[in-house]
Design a protein around this ligand. Structure first.
Ligand SMILES: *Cc1c(COP(=O)(O)O)cnc(C)c1O
Length: 438
């Protein structure tokens, strides 16, 4: 099909994320991707390569067409790409669940596999609601979160997204009403603000009879605003939740697998939640897969109920192809396989990227219209004082040879861990260019 025909059909037939139908902004056409680069079709014919600053929504941590991941996919295709998970099991899923339970914080022993991040959040919420029902306390059915969060696009996940950014107004009367604390004070190393901590403690205490769980993104609030907070708030949540009989869910879908500089963001705090959600980078960005982990206490609580099972079971649960890719991605990340991708360890690469982003984005602070510049791990954020003109900002980045996808007032990058120093410098230049026009 000609590029022009594809663009026409894309506009009228294909719904894109957060987009109207028919589409108003023509997306770039990607022909292939390799390493840290996307090959897109060029306006005048032919193709051009763009350095990828997004890791395909933070998932492709090892870049594209990684030979080890490609080989793992081919190998698993030679056995089976899928079988149902009810009554059947297979080595890729068993190995993956065992590894996830081993590498996540202590206490998370059981793993429920599902197809996407939003579904893993639904499953985590269901675990908590069912735990309290099974324990004879059905009144504990609400969730508490802090503002500025994002947990997915399905309805209960939406109910704990930031009420303004999550557009709760248009869903008035539909979304369950949850309890919201203020956005946690900003700054990874800002210390814990005592008045905020006291308000949070009081809010949990006052609502504990109705609260099934507190759900938050640890350390990094991602799609809700790319904000960082002090890990001390996680220790606070852990102790207050335990004190008041409220379960604690950490949504590590964005932060898991090294993005914030720790393997899991909760490792910065040294605490374990009762339930943890993983997704995005789980398969190294190859296939959709997510996981919800829980403690034996949560599992036992569910199992003593009138309905002693977790009533959830997606058709593609435990997809072998996705599990095989997740195992191969963990081999690359943790150095367990024959070809470690990061001879000095993934931390060294994330710290290298952190230093590169800090240096490369620093000049943005002097630009008019820039409100804040912040970096944590392999996450670099330039926050403007106004909404980004997404089309203009994206065009400026593409002109600089980089793929970026800004949102709201944020121009940010989460590059693959394999991004080299020259590409990283190019990404920073593109962010600066986008911040000037966006
Ligand atoms: C992306 C994201 C989700 C939703 O995951 P999907 O796979 O898009 O459904 C949930 N929580 C967080 C923190 C995320 O970043």
């Amino acid at each position: 099909m000609l590029r022009r025909e594809l663009a026409g059909l894309d506009r009228t037939r294909v719904w894109h994320p957060y987009a109207p139908m028919p589409g108003t902004i023509e997306p770039l056409l990607v022909e292939s991707a390799s390493g840290a680069r996307l090959r897109v079709s060029a306006p005048g014919g032919g193709t051009r390569d763009l350095v990828d600053g997004m890791s395909s929504w933070w998932a492709a941590i090892h870049g594209y067409r990684h030979p080890v991941l490609d080989a793992a996919a081919r190998d698993q295709l030679g056995r089976m790409s899928h079988v149902m998970f009810g009554g059947l099991t297979h080595e890729p899923a068993v190995t993956l669940c065992d590894r996830l339970a081993t590498i996540t914080p202590p206490g998370l022993e059981h793993v429920f596999l599902c197809d996407s991040g939003s579904v893993s959040v639904e499953v985590g919420i269901k675990m908590c609601l069912q735990y309290w029902r099974s324990s004879g306390r059905p009144a504990k059915h609400k969730l508490l979160t802090w503002r500025g969060g994002y947990h997915g696009d399905t309805f209960w996940a939406m109910s704990v997204c930031d009420p303004d950014g999550g557009m709760h107004k248009i869903w008035d009367g539909v979304l369950p009403r949850q309890v919201f604390a203020d956005t946690p004070p900003a700054g990874f190393a800002a210390g814990v603000d005592t008045p905020y901590a006291e308000r949070l403690r009081a809010l949990i205490g006052a609502n504990s009879d109705e609260l099934a769980a507190v759900i938050v993104e640890p350390v990094v609030q991602g799609a809700g605003g790319m904000r960082f907070h002090d890990p001390g708030y996680l220790r606070l949540l852990r102790s207050v939740c335990s004190e008041h009989d409220v379960l604690l869910i950490f949504d590590e879908i964005a932060t898991g697998f090294g993005r914030s500089g720790a393997l899991f963001a909760t490792d910065h705090a040294g605490v374990s939640p009762d339930v943890m959600c993983l997704g995005k980078a789980l398969t190294g960005g190859y296939l959709s897969l997510a996981a919800t982990l829980c403690t034996p206490e949560v599992a036992a609580g569910i199992s003593r109920g009138e309905l002693p099972v977790l009533a959830h079971g997606p058709t593609f649960m435990g997809n072998p192809l996705a599990c095989a890719l997740a195992n191969a991605s963990l081999d690359l990340l943790l150095g367990g396989g024959p070809e470690p991708a990061y001879p000095a360890g993934w931390q060294a690469e994330v710290h290298r990227i952190e230093a590169g982003l800090a240096a490369g984005l620093a000049p943005a602070s002097d630009l008019p219209g820039v409100a804040d510049v912040r970096v944590l791990g392999a996450i670099g954020v330039v926050q403007l004082r106004h909404e980004v003109d997404v089309a203009a900002a994206t065009a400026a980045a593409v002109a600089a040879g980089v793929w970026l996808r800004p949102f709201r007032d944020l121009i940010y990058t989460m590059p693959p861990y394999v991004t080299g120093d020259a590409d990283l410098a190019l990404i920073c230049e593109a962010v600066l260019a986008a911040a000037q026009v966006g």
